[in-house]
Design a protein around this ligand. Structure first.
Ligand code: NDP
Length: 325
């Protein structure tokens, strides 16, 4: 070997060692949290401004009626949170609290009365209802113009139709997921999205909304094969399966965005109440891999109520011949 070749070899080896050392030393930047609490507060402030404008221009105050049957503590907590949020944005708010033994006919009559009340623009019947009541029938009786949850067949149909009418309201949690992405400057168009779950209230509508935003969407469910491989292709992962920490960090494509809808309670003796809430994604493992992620709690949860308020505002605007915000 000539002296020149020897020097060249040493130099190349040196560069290679330096490059490897630099790669090993450079830690991937950890993903940032998407702060659902802060984004929801911003949306509520925007809604409050719109309410003032609607009152000034049309003399209309959006009205939300919440129907609660029985005394399930979780339902009572949700209803309390909804009432508090409605008061914060200056809605007219009506509570219908019914005994767990209410008959189906009586409940349907309450829904009918609210349908006929011109001060009410959005009706929400808190689910689940007691077993002796036909939930689907009760939901069907809510006038589509007052469907605060966005679950009516007409609103879901319009959500799915290309070129259909604008739905009067959109399911709250899925709409919240899209707001979180957009307000976190995630460009959805052209991206590969994987939705885990296909329920009527989360998985199916969120997949539709992503398609409308021009993502290419794969929907996974309990019969999906090779779910891990599918998740690994995704630029955007929306997890809505209800299985604590099921999605591992190793499943994720580096730099992807994770929206974790899951709310699971797992035993935790270190907590005063004996449990903690966790999502469907193993947060600590996912955070170093992804670029942005919603924590549980504090991610998607607060958005659901903000979107309920937005739906009710839009139903009130519709009743005055105005376009949605
Ligand atoms: P559902 O139970 O109605 O649906 C769960 C979906 O996940 C189903 O489509 C099911 O598949 C799928 N699934 C279940 N197990 C697996 C698995 N091992 N692998 C792949 N897919 C699976 O739940 P929801 O949609 O109502 O809720 C999902 C989660 O989101 C829950 O944790 C819930 O608490 C939470 N949630 C949070 C809200 C919020 O405001 N943050 C609001 C609403 C829900 P299949 O269809 O084949 O059965």
């Amino acid at each position: 070997m000539t002296q020149t070749n020897l020097l060249l070899g040493v130099a190349i080896a040196g560069v290679a060692i330096a490059a490897t050392a630099s790669l090993l030393g450079r830690k991937r930047k950890e993903g940032t949290n998407i702060d659902g609490k802060a984004i929801a507060a911003t949306i509520r402030a925007e809604i409050k401004d719109h309410v003032a404008q609607l009152q000034k221009e049309k003399d209309v105050t959006p009205g939300l009626a919440v129907v609660l049957v029985g005394n399930r503590p979780d339902s009572a907590t949700y209803v309390r949170m909804k009432k508090k949020a409605a008061a914060e944005v200056n809605f007219h708010s009506v509570d219908v609290e019914l005994d767990v033994g209410v008959t189906q006919e009586e409940l349907l009559q309450h829904v009918e009365d609210l349908n006929n009340d011109p001060k009410i623009h959005g009706i929400l019947v808190q689910l689940p209802l007691p077993k002796h009541i036909d939930e689907a029938l009760v939901l069907k009786r809510i006038a589509v113009e007052k469907d605060a949850d966005g679950f009516s067949a007409l609103n879901i149909g319009n959500l799915c139709l290309k070129g259909g009418d604008h739905p009067l309201s959109v399911p709250c949690t899925p709409a919240g997921c899209i707001e979180l992405l957009e307000r976190s400057n995630v460009d959805i168009s052209g991206k590969d999205a994987v939705v885990l779950g296909r329920s009527n209230i989360v998985g199916m509508p969120v997949a539709q909304l992503l398609v409308h935003k021009n993502a290419t969407v794969t929907v996974c469910h309990s019969r999906t094969k090779n779910i891990e491989q599918k998740v690994r292709q995704a630029d955007i992962v929306v997890a809505a399966i209800g299985k604590a920490d099921m999605v591992k960090g190793s499943w994720l494509k580096p730099g992807c965005v994770v929206i974790d809808v899951g709310i699971n309670s797992v035993d935790d003796k270190t907590k005063k109440r004996g449990y903690r809430l966790t999502g469907d994604v193993a947060f600590a493992e996912a955070k170093p891999v992804c670029s942005q992620i919603t924590p549980v709690p504090g991610g998607v949860g607060p958005m659901t109520i903000a979107m309920l308020l937005k739906n009710t505002l839009n139903l009130a605007r519709h009743s005055s011949g105005l376009t949605p915000i």
